[in-house]
Design a binder for this molecule. Structure first.
Ligand code: NAD
Ligand code: UFG
Length: 336
């Protein structure tokens, strides 16, 4: 099976390439390197002992995409490529819609022409907005609160329309909760540009001394310790979910949607304490005001993925933090 992985040099994409190659898939990656480094793929090859093809291109370059689908015999596409920073999406919404939706349209047109009609799409728990209750099931209302989240919602709907127009399509929509951690080798991991937005990369940079202290965004939420609760999931467990999704595509499911989370939430302060224990470093922090757009609590009901994909998570919070710390301490400058 030959899989086209869009955005495959990125954080989740590179970890998914490891699992695909290790399971015997052929892999071609396309990426414009707008938020990643090609070095990640060299390390993917080093970890797996397998080669993969890389084509540097923007997903919106229709000519390149059409040529690619003409020249190669893809069986399915795993589609990660997109912009993903919630805050930035409120500043430059048009870029987000153009990149995320425009890229997906070009991809789907090229797939249609080449009659490759199997796709796994990276959606996000952010499509649920502020849920009325937790755990969150796939049939909960969809009401994203920012342009990034709306780009995910629109793409989900576009893919559903595509299936309605042509029942030969098979589509798996995966709604990720909070991906963290790194490959256990310490060779690939998350390499954010500049100051990280997300909690665990930020804590890791405090632990290594690159940042002075963590700012905890609010301790007055209706949660046990007042800080925000999230469903953190090890990126390797998440990557394995994509292999299960590809297996599902082979059963002709139409359009199906799954939460990929652990079903367990941790607060910001629980994450700080767990990181201190695992790394042996202290994490200075201060409580500041809430971050605009944040919600109190978000965790998945992963039952559907367990029953229909036969997917469960192997790693708990200790492994997530251990592997984040191994990656951060061995690669203080990321892939540089
Ligand atoms: P990432 O930024 O590390 O990877 C995305 C990759 O896509 C990057 O390598 C980037 O260079 C590439 N890219 C972006 N626009 C492109 C374009 N037009 N053409 C070609 N390549 C392009 O992000 P990630 O964390 O690996 O996320 C992967 C996917 O999962 C994204 O779609 C993201 O929205 C989604 N997601 C991520 C999270 C998270 O917290 N990391 C949570 C939910 C969903
Ligand atoms: N937090 C801090 N300080 C920081 C960073 C985060 O206190 O410096 C807190 C947040 O307030 C929140 C928790 O840590 O309570 C997690 O925040 P993240 O930014 O790591 O993650 P979010 O849940 O806000 O968002 C992430 C991704 C989104 C995705 C969403 C849903 O960034 O792209 O998960 O899965 F949509």
């Amino acid at each position: 099976m030959h899989i086209l992985v869009t955005g495959g040099t990125g954080y989740i994409g590179s970890h998914t390439c490891v699992e695909l190659l290790a399971s015997g898939y052929r892999v071609t990656v396309i990426d414009n390197l707008s938020n990643s480094k090609q070095e990640a793929l060299h390390r993917v090859s080093e970890i797996t002992g397998c080669e993969l093809d890389f084509v540097r291109t923007d997903l919106r370059d229709r000519a390149v995409l059409e040529a690619l689908f003409r020249d190669r015999d893809f069986d399915a596409v795993v589609h990660f490529a997109g912009l993903k920073a919630v805050g930035e999406s409120t500043q430059i919404p048009l870029e987000y819609y153009e990149n995320n939706i425009g890229g997906t349209l070009t991809l789907c047109k090229a797939m249609t022409e080449a009659r490759v009609k199997k796709i796994v799409f990276s959606s996000s728990a952010t499509v649920y907005g502020d849920p009325a209750s937790v755990p969150i099931r796939e049939d909960f209302p969809i009401c994203p609160t920012n342009p990034y989240g709306r780009s995910k919602r629109f793409i989900e709907e576009i893919l559903q329309d595509l299936y309605r127009s042509d029942g030969a399509w098979n589509i798996v929509l995966l709604r990720y909760f909070n991906p963290v951690g790194a490959h256990r080798s310490g060779r690939i991991g998350e390499d954010p540009d500049g100051i990280p937005n997300n909690l665990l990369p930020f804590i890791a940079q405090v632990a290594i001394g690159k940042l002075p202290r963590l700012r905890v965004f609010g301790d007055d939420y209706a949660t046990p310790d007042g800080t925000g609760v999230r469903d953190y999931i090890h990126v390797t467990d998440l990557a394995r979910g994509h292999l299960k999704a590809l297996e599902k595509l082979a059963t002709d499911p139409g359009v199906v949607t799954y939460n990929l989370g652990t079903g367990r939430g941790y607060s910001v302060l629980e994450m700080v304490r767990a990181f201190e224990q695992t790394s042996g470093r202290s994490i200075p922090f201060e409580i500041v005001g809430r971050r605009l757009g944040d919600i109190a609590i978000c965790y998945a009901d992963p039952t559907l993925a367990r029953t229909e994909l036969d997917w469960t998570t192997d790693f708990g919070i200790e492994e997530m933090i251990r592997d984040t710390w191994r990656w951060q301490s061995r690669n203080p400058e990321g892939y540089e």
